[in-house]
Design a protein. Structure first.
Lengths: 362, 326, 362, 326
């Protein structure tokens, strides 16, 4: 009776399959079709280049603030690749790679960052939620949405992304607790990119891992090498299968790195060492994955060159079509349109007032 | 159905809507097994099971946030925050998401949810159990804020709120929960959100009020009639936002005098908006300053002094007479 | 490298010293002076009786809603007894026993529940915070206050109480995380009384224990038999010593039981079985502690009888003095007094308006 | 000290107060090593160390709640919420505790804290980064809400706020952060919280405004002078709550015409309270309806359309001329 240890039922593990030197643990190698592997690689490269292009557009003043994803391609695509089309994805604000994987319009992404509400449109069939800016507030949505799925006896799951910083917010806590209590089909994917703006992971929380926060909810948690797309995929696959088969939620901590600025309004030299960035460049998720694909004869240097050309041209098209779209977006009365399903009288009046002002000369 | 108090009437609305529409679900703290701390959700669990009547963990932000998530996938959550005084914990979910999701997604995802909570003084409760802060919600674009004054309207408005495609804050005046009974029709009844109602006609002075203040305003109107021979018009606002200013700005064209009565603090309260609209729309008809008979700008005191804070008939009469004598 | 378990540094233990049959684990028996033991017992009995008296007063309509403490005397006094006078105690709304232990005026407690703000007065020297009604919102205060203590290089600690339900709130999470990150001298004492109004512990969270939530913050956590005052005292002593010596916060989960109604507005027959209450009556913390004191020859049946008489008379005095006080509390303008340090002009005007109304006849 | 922008001026206030009073501490997200996302807290960490300049975990409720705890034990926390759009996450801590602790403890524990946050549009930011919801705070008894319009006032008001024994919400108009420079005296300067200021005298019309709207209101006043020969009086509110209604209710006795200008939504916004006070205190002097030139009752659009939402000189002029021509 006196002092006895309690068995917590779960242990916290770290998973790595393809290490930074490209060494593979073939026992753990996930079974992924060649097509899928190639598509994963293409999207990693596409989103890396698109991210770079966005940075240029921002620096040129054509776009406002955005949060680059550089370095997190494996952490995002590895997880999202496990999802079926009807599964749901709830991003935070730094999951462009996952969103593009899910088929989100790149023009729309540009539109939003260029300050046009129209870019926020979610097409009717899409199960990818809009970007969520207030940190961690999307977490309870994912739990509630997954509840609705379970309620409707559908087989889909919800995957929600959030950062390391997000784990400090009350909404993270409340969302995970809800998901565990009701055993909803939710997969929480933490993009632990080591920084929350200027706050390093070590100051964000005193716990050794973020994965172990799952224990607070009686939920399985796992830490994976987030720059190892095979490890991310494997962990996500386990979690999604568990969720789909009714066995409840999982927390996955992806150890990755924000190789770029926090947002374009940020200057990381104020708070972090270039050395650290250099160290992480060696662990670049794309080059590592390329090594693997080459070993599997699914990729050659020539393929990469061709792909780079193709992507360049794709991005050019996107940017051009975005620029054209922007010219057509001329209707400022749009701000009244979607506030309510139907415009209430006071907004009808305010809209008229606004239109009258528009038509007045300076 | 016969005579009902407001608790029973709200319960009826929930039951009938749940019966009619399988997507309507109820969630909150103690709404299931316990039937709600005010018994508003009594019997729902037995009738609709624990998948549709959810006793949640103790976490308001999650209650609102999970409701948003459910609404995204087509459910119609009616969530309860046990007391409005705790609803500020979930305020950011309502402000950042419930209110904005439709606009953010350019129309794809409207958040059809109702957030119910008891508000206001009058039940000898503890601190944080007697606030009237509807102005926070009313100032938030994308939300609608509804406050019924009696059983029949509560039932009709809640049905409308549940069917409304936009998020509705449904503030229930707990002092009116069991204060009186009204005939509530068994058959479906709705009442348009965004419409006020003239509940007493008169030509000399206009009272604008809502919630638990309606009854005492009507009492004051009767006294004015008896003692002063003054015919008061009384308008029950019913929806605080979007505010129907048509009836009251028209009423004042006839009466020239206005008294606004609410429990909420005066400064930056709903009465300020009414005053501003009156000046904007019926300026030339105002014959005297608009009087606001309201809660003071202090934290509502514990229950022994609550009556000193909340407007009573005496204060309403005093306000009216001052305006009339101006 | 592949899949390896992470050592979390902490394990979660359950502590019990004096079991429900009065069996003592003498190896673990804490060293408590006879005087202190006797005082602890007296306060347990006093607060049990005072709680009962309050219930009567409420039922008679002399007081409004309050939250009875019956059954939680050991969980509260065992923990608070470890504190020094200058340590701080931050209660929630169900810690009357701890508050009385700390010297809080019983008249004032009655005044607050009778609806008089005046009862909220905290005397100048007291380090016991007021009751906190919004669940878990006192938790960040305790963390911040402890930060201030550390900042001022004082040696005091802060003990904060909260319920099992409170662990679901975001503020619990954010407060514990802050305390762990800054290693503040805070002791979190969870009164796991099995119920949050009608919601049982098992539905509040999916985790096996509440103590294990400490792991999420890299903080030691321990579960104790909360009806065993020796176990509570021991665990609290360890935690307070750790905090005092700069080694940071601890979460203590006290397994206890709310033997009475949630509040006087509540009817537990709606949601829980009388059988369960019966079971817990067998584990009553007071009778158990009395067995122990008798074994130690610190208490006899006669002592108990005398004590009961003494307490009865003490409570009678308190109630009488409270009733007298209430008669003097005649100034309703009090509601304006403490809003701000100085009354701003609009409140001066509103106060005058109010006073004019008061002096008017109906 | 020479000319400073608002960021530098606020930084100066923080530095000098921290220098003077060892109990003043700064906490928030990224306020330390990074110096704040707007650089407002730059240099403080180096000067005062990480015990007094605290980079907190990402948790707004904790930032406000821990500040309350610190203030209970005599520290004077100046906490930053990175953008006002995230301050609603901590709203319940301000409402339930910061605002009430003094009253709850009958005077024993006043919460001497400042909650700073950048608010308002104009910096090409993302969603949730451009709101003006000061009315939420202004409607909350126990809080004071201050909004400076330029560098010098920002510095003086922040010093006063830090020394104020009550909790002060300090809303910083981020559009004014670097918009212009002003002479800011090196020597200590304070400005009383709760006082507005007449920044331009005139006899024909009264403008009431604050924050980033002051400059464009002054521009409109100049245009009115030039083009219409109208002499406008402009009042800078400075403290939104407790609101100094004396200057503006007196001004209208002279001018008879009022235009209120703010970025916040119109309905239930600060302008409504001003209108109500004007009617209460200067009813007989109002020669025309009060015009509210404000943000519309919609979520502020992303930055391409922000200018359509925020009042500009053209709208202010239009409002003024309508009032004058009434
Ligand atoms: C509730 C809230 N607080 C503050 C911010 C400002 N902010 C934006 S991102 C960020 C850091 C987020 O860190 P993390 O969760 O690790 O995600 P990352 O940016 O690294 O992807 C902060 C503080 C915000 N968007 N929302
Ligand atoms: C934030 C908040 N939400 C809801 C309530 C209403 N309420 C009061 S006590 C309580 C249950 C608290 O449960 P627990 O934390 O276990 O404490 P216990 O009452 O068992 O002591 C609830 C829901 C509240 N006071 N505060
Ligand atoms: Mg991060
Ligand atoms: Mg409990």
């Amino acid at each position: 009776m006196p002092k006895k240890e309690i068995d917590l039922a779960y242990k916290i593990e770290h998973l790595s399959i393809l290490d930074e030197d490209g060494e593979l643990d073939s026992d753990l190698e996930p079974d992924i079709s060649d097509d899928l592997l190639v598509k994963m690689h293409r999207t990693m490269l596409l989103t890396r280049r698109f991210d770079e292009r966005m940075l240029t557009l921002q620096r040129q003043g054509k776009m406002g603030t955005f949060a680059p994803i550089k370095g997190q391609e494996a952490s995002q695509i590895g997880a999202a690749a496990v999802l079926k089309e009807k599964d749901w994805l709830a991003p935070s604000f730094r999951e462009m790679a996952a969103e593009v994987w899910r088929g989100k319009s790149m023009e729309n992404i540009l539109l939003v960052y260029a300050g046009f509400n129209e870019g926020g449109l979610i097409p009717d069939e899409s199960h990818t939620l809009p970007v969520c800016i207030p940190v961690a507030t999307q977490v309870p949505h994912a739990a509630g949405l997954a509840y609705a799925i379970k309620f409707k006896k559908e087989e889909n799951v919800v995957m929600v992304f959030h950062g390391d910083g997000a784990t400090s917010e009350g909404d993270f806590h409340e969302g995970l607790n809800f998901a565990a209590v009701f055993q909803t089909p939710t997969v929480f994917v933490c993009q632990n990119n080591q920084w929350a703006i200027s706050v390093p992971r070590s100051r964000q929380t005193h716990s050794k891992t973020l994965a172990q926060k799952a224990l607070a909810y009686g939920m399985p948690g796992i830490q994976v090498d987030g720059n190892d797309i095979l490890a991310v995929y494997s962990a996500a696959k386990d979690a999604v299968e568990r969720a789909r088969s009714g066995d409840g939620p999982t927390l996955i901590e992806c150890i990755t790195y924000r190789m770029s600025v926090h947002t374009t309004a940020d200057d990381p030299s104020e708070y972090r060492d270039e050395e650290e960035v250099k160290e992480w460049e060696k662990r670049d998720p794309i080059t590592r994955f390329q090594k693997y694909l080459k070993q599997k004869d699914l990729l050659s240097d020539e393929d990469i060159d061709n792909l780079e050309e193709e992507i360049k041209s794709d991005i050019k098209d996107v940017v051009q079509s975005w620029e054209e779209k922007m010219e057509d977006l001329g209707d400022p009365t749009d701000m009244f349109t979607y506030q309510y399903a139907e415009l209430p009288p006071h907004l009808v009046a305010q809209k008229e007032e606004f239109e009258a002002m528009l038509s007045k000369k300076e | 159905m016969g005579k009902m108090n407001m608790v029973e009437a709200i319960n009826l609305a929930l039951k009938q809507e749940m019966e009619k529409d399988g997507d309507v679900i109820v969630l909150g703290e103690d709404v299931g097994v316990d039937g709600g701390v005010f018994r508003v959700t009594e019997g729902l669990l037995d009738a609709y099971g624990e998948e549709r009547v959810i006793d949640t963990p103790l976490a308001e932000s999650m209650i609102a946030g999970a409701s948003v998530g459910m609404a995204i996938h087509g459910l119609k959550p009616v969530c309860e925050i046990q007391f409005s005084g705790f609803s500020y914990i979930s305020f950011h979910q309502m402000e950042a998401h419930a209110a904005r999701y439709r606009a953010r997604t350019q129309g794809r995802f409207g958040i059809q949810m109702v957030l119910r909570c008891p508000y206001g003084g009058g039940v000898r409760a503890l601190e944080h159990h007697s606030e009237s802060r509807e102005a926070y919600y009313a100032h938030t674009p994308g939300l609608k804020t509804v406050i019924p004054s009696g059983p029949r309207k509560a039932r009709a408005l809640l049905v409308s709120a549940i069917r409304d495609p936009d998020p509705v804050i449904f503030y229930e005046p707990k002092a009116a929960y069991r204060a009186f009974r009204e005939e509530v029709p068994e058959d479906e009844e709705t009442f348009p959100i965004g419409e006020s109602e003239i509940v007493r006609e008169g030509k000399d002075i206009t009272f604008i009020t809502y919630g638990a203040m309606l009854q005492r305003t009507l009492d004051a109107a009767d006294t004015l009639q008896e003692e002063d021979g003054v015919e008061a018009e009384v308008i029950d606002l019913l929806t605080v936002s979007p505010m129907d200013d048509q009836k009251f700005t028209e009423s004042v064209r006839k009466t020239g005098h206005v008294v606004i009565v609410h429990e909420a603090h005066r400064s930056f309260g709903p009465g300020a908006e009414m005053a501003a609209r009156l000046v904007e729309k019926s300026f030339l008809y105002l014959e005297a300053p608009i009087r606001r008979v309201t809660g003071y700008d202090v934290v509502i005191p514990l229950y022994q002094r609550e009556k000193d804070y909340i407007p009573d008939v005496k204060r309403i009469l005093h306000g009216a007479r001052e305006t009339l004598e101006f």
